[in-house]
Structures are given as C-alpha cells and as structure tokens.
Design a binder for this molecule. Sequence first.
Ligand code: RTP
Ligand code: MG
Length: 139
Amino acid sequence: MTTNRTFTMIKPDAVEKGHIGAILEKINSAGFKIVAMKFTQLSKRDAEKFYEIHAERPFFADLVQFMTRGPIVAAVLEKENAVEDFRALIGATNPAEAAEGTIRKMFATDISENAVHGSDSDENAAIEGAFHFSGREMY
Ligand code: RTP
Ligand code: MG
C-alpha cells in the first residue's frame, strides 16, 4: 500500500442508525476514491487484534464489545495526503469536541461510539488495510 491511502471503518453505531450512505457521500465529496470496500462483522479476536495498541486502556473491553456487536463497513481510501485529510474529515475522537461539518460531529453518538475509524499514520494505514483486504481486493 502506498502512502496516499488510508483505512476506515463505519462503526456499528453508524450502521445501526442507517448512516452508511450519508457517510460514504461525505467521503466521496471530500475527494477520496474507494480502493477496497466490504460489509462485514468483526469477531472478538479480530477486534482485540485490530485495537491491540489499546489493550491496557480502561475502555478496551467496552471497545471490543462495541466493535463486535454488529456489522461494519471496512474500506481503503485513496487521496493525496489521505491519512491527515481523512482525520480532519472525521473530526475529534469525542464528537462534543469535533468541528462543525465533520463526520463525527454529524453522526457520532459519544466518545466511545463515534461512527468512524481513521488510520493515524501511513504505517498503520498499510497494516490496517492488509488486516481486512488481500492485494487482489484493492483496485
Ligand atoms: P479510531 O482509532 O477509531 O479512528 O479513533 P481515534 O484514533 O480518534 O481514537 P483512539 O484513541 O485511537 O481510540 C480508539 C477508539 O476507542 C474508543 N474510545 N473510547 N470511552 C473512551 O474514553 C474512549 N476513548 C476511545 C473510541 O471508539 C475510539 O475511536
Ligand atoms: Mg486511533
């Protein structure tokens, strides 16, 4: 994966509320191209592995429970400066602190159930994309 890609998930809360279409529209309108995409559900093992960096945090068990409770949309996105620009598009982790017009401001419930994931570095974008997709599934 090259450095102009990022990885995202539309999290279970946003899927449950019917926001998939609106969030994909925001992503497209912001100039991101979809390179890979699937509708899937994380197993407990998947979620523990994906978020292993947070394993010692007090919210880890709740995070795993939340991320496995229903389906998600996983996608690899392409755009110049993808990681940074996508983090700007989704807004702060806590929607109460997210800027107007950001995806989390518009669609997140709270700091835990915050509608979308965005990779925080080019290195993690590559790791997270490869976690969900084989090379043959990226276009
Ligand atoms: P993400 O990885 O999902 O894009 O979110 P992020 O970088 O903005 O936030 P991060 O610190 O990586 O936290 C990962 C996810 O854990 C949940 N969380 N809950 N209850 C809490 O205090 C708390 N803090 C974080 C959120 O779902 C957050 O997105
Ligand atoms: Mg993060």
